[in-house]
Design a protein around this ligand. Structure first.
Ligand code: RDL
Ligand code: RDL
Ligand code: RDL
Length: 154
């Protein structure tokens, strides 16, 4: 059976991160079937991820956007705990790409963070799927960031 990777994004997001992830994963995982789904918001991501895992996906990338208010951050915690639990309980690789709207006051900068973070984590997912945890060992301890310049090692 063909290997499968799932992309899940939201209508809440202000950047179309799903299309960016799709492009990267098509390039890096040519042998995989790619399923892309969209849900309303971040709290809907863990359930949808579970459904894609149940339908045979080996790895998932979720793409979430967190609003500026405290209520949004509560939703973020729910999302984050849900995805970690799902990953632990299923043993599947789940990469959680989240952009917080308060990361920048500048909309162009925010868009750039979203695009770069999505690309970088889609690459991480491809490496983890192809080489397990060994694939990233060469970058261990290097202060790697997604959406920002790497901060480097001490
Ligand atoms: O199940 C429907 C909604 O509850 C769900 O889509 C939520 O994730 C929507 N949502 C909030 O209710 C909220 O207070 C979102 C945010 N904040 C948010 O910051 N980002 C979202 N959804 O993607
Ligand atoms: O699944 C991909 C990422 O969500 C995951 O690798 C996170 O652990 C990355 N991350 C954050 O998103 C964050 O806001 C990390 C930190 N902060 C952090 O302080 N230390 C990390 N990761 O190792
Ligand atoms: O030190 C600056 C940033 O790394 C820090 O503010 C992070 O918490 C920003 N960040 C997130 O908020 C997040 O949800 C990051 C990630 N996800 C991430 O996946 N990778 C990052 N930062 O480098």
């Amino acid at each position: 059976e063909k290997k499968c990777v799932g992309i899940i994004d939201t209508t809440f997001s202000r950047v179309d991160m799903g299309s960016i992830a799709l492009k990267v994963l098509r390039d890096l995982l040519p042998d995989y079937m790619i399923i892309r789904h969209t849900v309303p918001g971040i709290k809907d991501l863990p359930g949808e991820a579970r459904r894609l895992i149940d339908s045979g996906c080996d790895g998932i990338i979720t793409l979430g956007w967190v609003g500026k208010k405290q209520v949004d951050k509560y939703s973020y915690i729910a999302l984050s705990v849900g995805l970690v639990m799902l990953s632990v309980l299923t043993g599947k690789i789940i990469i959680d790409v989240t952009v917080h709207e308060d990361e920048s006051d500048n909309e162009e900068e925010l868009k750039k963070i979203a695009i770069e973070r999505t690309k970088a984590h889609a690459e991480n997912l491809a490496i983890l799927l192809k080489e397990d945890g060994e694939g990233l060992v060469k970058k261990a301890g290097q202060g790697v960031r997604q959406g920002y310049e790497n901060v480097g090692p001490l």
